[in-house]
Design a protein. Structure first.
Length: 277
């Protein structure tokens, strides 16, 4: 079954997408909760700002799907859970796929499902779990015309007992390529440390839409500048969570990011949109 109808709901007519991730509560990390303690209010605020999509878990998806009206953002459904976040991750890391995730996505009328492809030095079992998850998901997604978004994340020790995203372009490009080989329809990738290297990641993706992760909370100046650069480099969009939901003006910053993604706005333009709100 073709993924085109659902993919057309995720990506706008210009082929781009701003997906606001509000699935952080599933990762059991206290620092992820500010801004989303009141989930009905958080989702309502983001929906009113009209991004292209909102990323949620099965337990919270109804907050979006129960909204009436023709201009509702598309649902991106998180269907796996990992325990790699936080200052002191446990000794045994896992990435578990939710049972019947694609069927759940169909029932919830999702436009896309998203799952991890994690790589951490020495954690071969964790990487194997992710590969096996994607190998199980891909035939199901193809059978039902459900786009598969793969989130390849390379991580490394942060020197303080936790893990940090690895922005090395070689590692990101290699993992993105594996995601493509495993059947990703959409890639959700980290930016490279040096954004001049990000064009290589896009080439490695082989024409698959690449949405850029926001990662940790950043300053407005940094996140607007980075967004402008990756969009101009050819990224199909962005997936930001904490940089939206933990912002003092989540609705206004959503509109600012939408302007960069869809209207060619600069970082300076986005800053003005935010300041004028």
């Amino acid at each position: 079954m073709s993924i085109a109808p659902r993919l057309g709901r995720l990506l706008a007519a210009d082929g781009r997408c701003f997906d606001v991730a509000i699935d952080h509560g599933v990762f059991n990390e206290p620092t992820f909760l500010p801004g989303i303690e009141d989930m009905p209010a958080a989702v309502a605020t983001i929906v009113a700002a009209q991004p292209d999509a909102v990323q949620l878990t099965p337990g919270q998806a109804s907050l979006l799907q129960d909204v009436r009206g023709p201009r509702k953002p598309a649902l991106v459904l998180r269907i796996d859970v990992a325990n790699v976040y936080g200052p002191n991750p446990p000794d045994e890391l896992f990435c578990s796929l939710m049972d019947d995730g694609v069927e759940t996505a169909l029932r919830l009328d999702a436009a896309c499902v998203v799952a991890f492809l994690l790589w951490i030095p020495g954690e071969t079992d964790l990487h194997r779990q992710c590969v096996e998850n994607l190998c199980r998901l891909k035939p199901q997604c193809d059978r039902w015309g459900m786009p598969l978004m793969v989130e390849p994340i390379a991580m490394k020790p942060d020197g303080k007992g936790g893990l940090a995203v690895d922005g090395d372009p070689e590692r990101i490009a290699t993992l993105v390529r594996q995601a493509v080989e495993l059947g990703a329809d959409v890639i959700k990738a980290d930016p490279t440390d040096d954004l001049d290297d990000f064009a290589r990641v896009l080439r490695i993706a082989g024409g698959k839409p690449v949405l850029v992760r926001g990662g940790g909370k950043a300053s407005e100046e940094e996140i607007f500048a980075r967004t402008e650069r990756v969009i101009r480099a050819g990224a199909a969009g962005i997936v930001y969570g904490r940089n939206v939901i933990q912002h003092a003006k989540p609705s206004a910053i959503t509109r600012a990011f939408m302007a960069i993604v869809h209207d060619g706005a600069s970082a300076a333009d986005a800053t003005k949109i935010l300041r004028d709100a």
